[in-house]
Write a protein that binds this ligand. Structure first.
Ligand SMILES: Nc1nc2c(ncn2[C@@H]2O[C@H](COP(=O)(O)OP(=O)(O)OP(=O)(O)O)[C@@H](O)[C@H]2O)c(=O)[nH]1
Length: 397
């Protein structure tokens, strides 16, 4: 049920990127001619560093992390995030457990983010000392570096112990820093409870990435306008493969909604291969990875449908023009609460790797479907323009 006077309108795509977003100064060139953002992944042995990287970016099932071998030397993983439409090309340095500031072998100033992984049961001196050592060195090298602490394997503890250990680790690190110098009071440290066995890791890593997305304010603006004009209480722009969200609208993120979106994406990724587009031979579908629901005639159930959206936004860029006329965009929806007033979770592919997931009142989704699709088209146009500008900026164009 929609309360108050309905405020339906078309999403405007005119404003977001009148100017090119300025790239932050923390980029570094790499051999593939794209400026990659470097993330340092640290922690003691068996803390879970490689598992985090593998689960997020290589789709390794969490249980398989048990068989990962010990990291003996620094491994640099490069990722496109999302994989094809450049928003953040990443280089993640997975370090062995015995890495210290001295043995890292690279200046800390070149990293945009440092993630220190600490086992939630490790309340001992050694991990805290190593973490503090890196924080001090990183802060001195680059005070603007994002300093993130993943208090990991959180699912191992009961709720009360989890909160208590989390609090103790936080407190010990802060105390230790203050003992070194009162100046470190101003160090901005971000602590996250994470586990590969639930979506907490995806949520935490998404938050880490947001600090690295130069175009975040523009993407958020687009999402805000989409939500306002479509009566959506929450919308996310997700990377479909990693299931990390790169932006969301201004309303607060609640974990339950985020988990639902993650699960839905996971389901679409798993079952998408069962659906084939009848028009795939004549009109190339978006090069989705993995394939998604691309048939306008397919449906998963009465409340879970898949449609293709052949409409393509007009763009001024020749590359975008070519891709938007060649490609079409799958969409899907599922009813979350069948009883009235219901909520529908919708999925629309926006670029080959980015998808819009939005909660909508079922009455709006069913009664104003055309307008929602229309708003999605303009949202897509805005996001594609942003990606284009980011790509050019990264390539130094
Ligand atoms: N329960 C639980 N176990 C985890 C989690 N993440 C990783 N592990 C386990 O922790 C162990 C070590 O994981 P790795 O990813 O190899 O740890 P690492 O920090 O890369 O270790 P080194 O390579 O020795 O530095 C493995 O047995 C994983 O299955 C988690 O979130 N929960």
């Amino acid at each position: 049920m929609v309360n108050g006077p309905p405020s339906y309108a078309a999403t405007s795509a005119s404003t977001p990127i009148a100017q090119r977003p300025q790239l932050n100064g923390h980029r570094s060139s790499s051999t593939d001619a794209v400026a990659r953002t470097k993330i340092l992944l640290l922690g003691l042995r068996r803390a879970g560093k490689t598992s985090i990287q593998q689960v997020l970016f290589n789709n390794l099932p969490p249980k398989q992390t048990f068989y990962l071998e010990t990291t003996m030397r620094i491994v640099k993983h490069t990722f496109q995030f999302p994989r094809t439409s450049t928003v953040i090309p990443l280089e993640i340095w997975d370090c062995p457990g015995n890495t210290t500031v001295e043995t890292l072998g690279a200046p800390l100033s070149q990293f945009a983010t440092m993630i220190f992984v600490i086992d939630i049961r490790d309340l001992y001196n050694q991990p805290i000392s190593r973490l503090v050592e890196f924080i001090v060195a990183a802060y001195q090298a680059n005070p603007n570096m994002s300093l993130e602490v993943f208090v990991h394997k959180a699912e191992k503890l009961q709720e009360d112990d989890k909160i208590e250990n989390f609090r103790q680790i936080h407190e010990r690190v802060s105390d230790r820093l203050l003992d070194i110098s009162p100046d470190y009071e101003q160090v901005q440290l971000n602590f996250h409870l994470t586990s590969v066995y639930d979506h907490s890791l995806h949520e935490a890593f998404s938050k880490v990435l947001h600090k690295l997305v130069d175009s975040l304010p523009y993407l958020e603006d687009l999402l805000n306008v989409f939500c306002a004009n479509s009566q959506s209480p929450k919308a996310f722009l997700f990377d479909t493969t990693s299931r990390l969200y790169i932006a969301t609208d201004a309303s607060p993120v609640d974990s339950a909604t985020f988990n639902l979106c993650c699960d839905y994406l996971q389901m679409l990724n798993s079952f998408g291969t069962l659906y084939k587009s009848e028009t795939a031979n004549t009109r190339r579908p978006m090069p989705t990875t993995p394939p998604l629901l691309t048939s306008s005639t397919s449906s998963l159930s009465a409340t879970r449908t898949a449609t293709s959206d052949p409409s393509s936004p007009k763009t001024t860029n020749s590359t975008s023009q070519r891709s938007s006329s060649d490609l079409f965009y799958p969409s899907a929806s599922t009813s979350l609460h069948p009883s009235t007033p219901g909520t529908t979770l919708t999925y629309h592919l926006i670029t080959s790797q980015l998808a819009l997931l939005a909660l909508l009142p079922t009455s709006v989704y069913e009664g104003r479907r055309g307008l929602i699709e229309f708003n999605v088209v303009f949202f897509r146009e805005g996001v594609q323009e942003i990606c284009q500008v980011e790509t050019e900026a990264r390539a130094g164009g």
